[in-house]
Design a protein around this ligand. Structure first.
Ligand code: THU
Length: 298
């Protein structure tokens, strides 16, 4: 497989080699002859990718990776190869700094993030998409399969050692419970449905949903609705909370952060767009300066 890199000095030789392997795997899995396929890859700055994102997608913000496919999918690519012997699949544009930042956020290595983004982008060039729920599942499954075959370990939570450690499976399972709960969300005003699954120290799980009201401020977030149930049942120490929404990533709001910081500053907050891209962070990192009453007023 021929890859034309631009600004490749931004990453190590080793990483470039892994990218080549990753691209070959993606192509081979489509039944295409890797030697007949070509891809162009550019490493750009945050400002550059921001401009490209605005100009080509009408989205006015920095992003991690952009894909510019030439063809609809593997069948069309095969037709081109049959006709002229080679096929230029399209362009991948990656922002290394953004990848580094995301790796930090996800708590996994820069290598994993960069390769994941690259695989994601190559799959776009091969016709994959994630606009619809079904196609998203297919794309995510293929991404994971390729990451596994490349031997790049699944995300590991940097902060996993010590108290409150959770395995990837536990995080995924809690997130699933939150997503399931979101079906009962009452959100006729925002149409944003949220579910939360709160894991107490003894393994008990409480779920909650957002419950809105015609008097808007009377509504409550999913996290706190799980929290009040747990406290009502006598629980005050929590290991983790997962927050999920079928309507896009739900990041715990400031009020909920403060609510839980009262009980367990070190609990792990799990959230993300979907199961394959979960983020896990300590509450104390999400709310470094929590409010506590001055001692004298207690
Ligand atoms: N919401 C939650 O339930 N949890 C969050 O972490 C963010 C926001 C709800 C509140 C409201 O019902 C709707 O989402 C839109 O703000």
């Amino acid at each position: 497989m021929q890859i034309y890199f631009d600004q490749e000095n931004q990453v190590s030789e080793e990483l470039l080699e892994t990218m080549k392997k990753a691209a070959s795997l993606c192509v081979k899995k489509e039944g295409l002859d890797e030697d007949s396929c070509e891809v162009s890859v550019s490493f750009v700055s945050g400002d550059e990718i921001h401009t490209l994102n605005r100009e080509y997608r009408g989205v006015d913000r920095v992003t991690d990776v952009l894909s510019f496919p030439q063809y609809e999918g593997a069948d069309e690519i095969q037709d081109v190869i049959d006709m002229i012997g080679t096929c230029e699949l399209g362009d991948v544009v990656i922002c290394r700094d953004r990848a580094r930042q995301q790796a930090e956020e996800f708590g996994h290595s820069f290598e994993r993030e960069l390769i994941y983004l690259f695989v994601h982008s190559i799959l776009h060039l091969l016709g994959y998409d994630h606009m619809q729920e079904e196609e998203k599942k297919v794309m995510r499954a293929r991404e994971e399969e390729i990451m596994d075959e490349l031997g790049i370990p699944r995300r590991t939570d940097r902060k996993e050692e010590g108290e409150g450690a959770l395995t990837e499976e536990q995080k995924t399972s809690l997130f699933r419970k939150a997503m399931e709960a979101s079906r009962n969300a009452y959100a006729p005003y925002s149409h944003y449905h949220v579910g939360a699954a709160l894991l107490a120290e003894d393994g008990q799980i409480f779920t909650g949903v957002n419950v809105e009201n015609a008097s808007y401020p009377a509504g409550i977030c999913a996290e706190r609705s799980a929290g009040v149930q747990a406290v009502t049942a006598g629980y005050r120490k929590f290991t983790a909370i997962a927050v999920a929404s079928p309507d896009g990533e739900a990041s715990m709001c400031g009020v909920c952060r403060q609510f839980f910081t009262e009980f367990s500053k070190d609990m792990i907050v799990i959230y993300g767009e979907d199961e394959a891209r979960l983020k896990a962070e300590r509450l104390s990192a999400l709310l470094p300066s929590d409010f506590v009453l001055p001692e004298k007023e207690r």
